[in-house]
Design a protein around this ligand. Structure first.
Ligand code: HSE
Length: 304
């Protein structure tokens, strides 16, 4: 080990983006988590959480997405090392904006710097995905990859990542005030084991168009590709008034609208995100919501 203390920022992200379940992710501007790590003499990983709804985040290292990543990193080097981690949450947890993924990504970058090694890309993604496994029971890498590398991400087999710069377009994420324990795990359990062929074909079509839109830097085609027949119908029930909220977004000029990651946030893409967000918040009716206006970010996790 060469460095004693380090602080890393990682951005929030939206996973799935409609048609790309567990494959697509995009990093967001202006919203992220900080993870500060310090090498200490007493072996083991100790976690402190501050910031946004910090009391909801477990501090037991093996149950915390950043702590689990650090545990896995220490196992890798096989040394009896001690690490103190301070996580400063800027992303509301359990809402679908990649909160656990951002902390995990920041921890993975911090771990490799602290240990003085550079992991190959796939290994870094695999390490960060250990954080998702700890909190969601599944080592999916869409959020963590977007938080690690910024931009628009395609996750392939064996954590093989394709990354592209994103088209520049307005995003709004509206977070209804509904809470679910173990939300991502629950949202995944709502999904069927088998999909209908015509739904799969429709999703493949929109996912392909979305990847093409990113390559062509076409914000309109990008937004209009936010269509999902495979996942959204099964998760809509988690979100109060989901269909009205989506309709309100489209009527307010959104190119597309869907569930952000595992929900319950709903995101929309368009040129007037403030108006779209207002219409969506109104459609939530009596359920209060928070509106986040943002844009995609081409920057991923970085030392600060
Ligand atoms: N792809 C994941 C899901 C993202 O939709 O379950 C949430 O972590």
């Amino acid at each position: 080990m060469t460095i004693k203390q380090i602080k890393v920022y990682a951005p929030a992200s939206i996973a799935n983006l409609g048609p790309g379940f567990d494959v697509f992710g995009i990093a967001l501007d202006g919203l992220g988590d900080y993870v500060k790590v310090r090498r200490v003499s007493e072996p083991g990983v100790r976690v402190v959480v501050k910031g946004f709804e910090a009391d909801q985040i477990p501090v037991k290292a093996q149950l915390n997405s950043a702590g689990a990543v650090m545990n896995a990193a220490l196992d890798r080097i096989g040394e009896s090392v001690g690490v103190e981690m301070e996580i400063e949450k800027g992303i509301p947890p359990g809402t679908g904006m990649g909160s656990s993924g951002a902390s995990a990504a920041a921890a993975a970058v911090a771990a490799q710097k602290l240990m003085g090694y550079m992991l190959p890309q796939r290994e870094l993604v695999k390490l960060a995905a250990q954080g998702e496994a700890a909190v969601a029971g599944s080592a999916h890498a869409d959020n963590v990859s977007a938080s690690l590398f910024g931009g628009f991400i395609l996750v392939g087999d064996g954590y093989d990542i394709v990354r592209m710069d994103t088209p520049d377009v307005g995003f709004v994420v509206v977070v209804p005030n509904v809470k679910y324990a173990n939300k991502t795990k629950m949202a995944r359990e709502l999904l069927p084991k088998m999909v209908v062929l015509k739904d799969a074909v429709r999703n493949i079509g929109f996912a392909s168009r979305m990847a093409a839109a990113v390559a062509m830097k076409d914000p309109v085609m990008f937004g209009k590709s936010i269509c999902d027949s495979m996942i959204e119908p099964h998760r809509a029930s988690m979100i109060p008034n989901f269909h009205l909220v989506k309709l309100a977004a489209l009527q307010a000029g959104a190119y597309g609208c869907s569930i952000s990651g595992g929900g319950p946030s709903v995101f929309a893409v368009g040129e007037n995100p403030a108006e779209i967000g207002k219409a969506m918040a109104e459609a939530f009716g009596d359920v209060k919501s928070d509106i986040y206006l943002t844009r995609p970010s081409n920057l991923g996790a970085r030392l600060v």
